[in-house]
Design a protein around this ligand. Structure first.
Ligand code: AMP
Ligand code: MN
Ligand code: MN
Ligand code: MN
Length: 277
């Protein structure tokens, strides 16, 4: 059987709009046969996703998207085929929940100073048991008419250097890659074009990523233009990284980022699923 892969998406365990079961259901409806649920810094959605995957006959690959620090930048590394019960990883996600809660309190405080009260209560309610993310703050700012789009919430308040930005200590890149690989998974650099790195910095990052045991790079993600695709495919070749395919789906309300609606991996790139067992 020819599989249709989508190896990057989010549920209500982090900043997705759908529950893990709903994500799996929707993926199946959109023709995905092998899905990785990769919530931000948590594996809490995987058990529910697996149950639904069993009932619709979809192949679920246990995943995570870890926030990392490297050279004063924040990067995302997707772990595929991880073991969520591997103790160092489980302990890390547990600690990251507190990290995110404390960061949220600081962001809410900064918003209060800008005469925008009530953020903490709202994001806690929206996130429920899940990880609190900046997307929750963006939704809050939107709901209170402080901004007219999610993007504007980032541009005006939440992005690096903006008035409600709080810098956070995430895992070091090497450490995050170790949690993934030691748990039996494959570490994949998520959405490489989104970091806006110069060619020089990208070379340095990919060198460090490889050295630390990273094995894959997202060659196909949503909203990529042909030039970006060519450049990422070239990185994969030059650094001998396997190519991954992931939509980064968050919300059915965004028609530009949908489960499984992705171009094929170029045939000259080694597919990351060959590394998964
Ligand atoms: P966090 O991990 O809490 O810092 O939140 C990061 C999440 O916010 C990302 O995964 C995206 O879903 C969203 N995000 C980050 N930057 C932007 C942006 N400029 N516009 C819209 N969403 C963004
Ligand atoms: Mn997100
Ligand atoms: Mn990401
Ligand atoms: Mn993501």
């Amino acid at each position: 059987m020819i599989e249709r892969y989508d190896l990057h998406c989010h549920s209500t365990a982090s900043d997705g709009a759908l529950t893990p079961a709903e994500v799996v259901q929707r993926a199946a409806e959109f023709g995905v046969t092998a899905l990785a649920l990769t919530d931000h810094d948590t594996t809490a959605g995987l058990a529910e996703a697996q149950q639904q995957a069993d009932s619709v006959g979809l192949h679920l690959i246990p995943g995570i998207e870890l926030s990392c620090n490297w050279q004063n930048k924040c990067l995302h590394v997707v772990g595929l085929g991880i073991d969520p019960s591997y103790a160092p990883l489980a302990n890390a996600t547990h600690l990251l929940q507190s990290t995110r809660l404390e960061r949220a309190e600081k962001i809410a405080f900064k918003l209060e100073q800008k005469r925008i009260p009530g953020a903490m209560l709202a994001v806690k309610k929206a996130a429920g048991e899940g990880m609190i993310t900046r997307s929750h703050f963006a939704d809050f700012l939107l709901s209170q008419n402080h901004v007219s789009t999610q993007q504007e919430a980032f541009d005006r308040y939440l992005a690096k250097g903006k008035s409600a930005y709080v810098s956070t200590t995430w895992a070091e890149l090497e450490v995050a890659i170790n949690w993934i690989t030691e748990s039996g998974g494959v570490a994949v650099l998520a959405h490489p074009m989104r970091y806006k790195l110069t060619a020089n910095w990208m070379n340095r990052l990919l060198t460090a990523f490889k050295e630390a045991g990273g094995q894959g790079i997202e060659v196909i993600t949503s909203r990529m233009n042909p030039d970006e695709l060519r450049r990422v495919a070239d990185f994969a070749k030059r650094f001998d990284l396997a190519g991954s395919v992931g939509s980064d789906f968050h919300n059915p309300a965004n028609p530009w980022v949908e489960l499984g609606r992705l171009p094929a991996l170029p045939t000259h790139i080694k597919p990351v699923w060959e590394l998964l067992n």
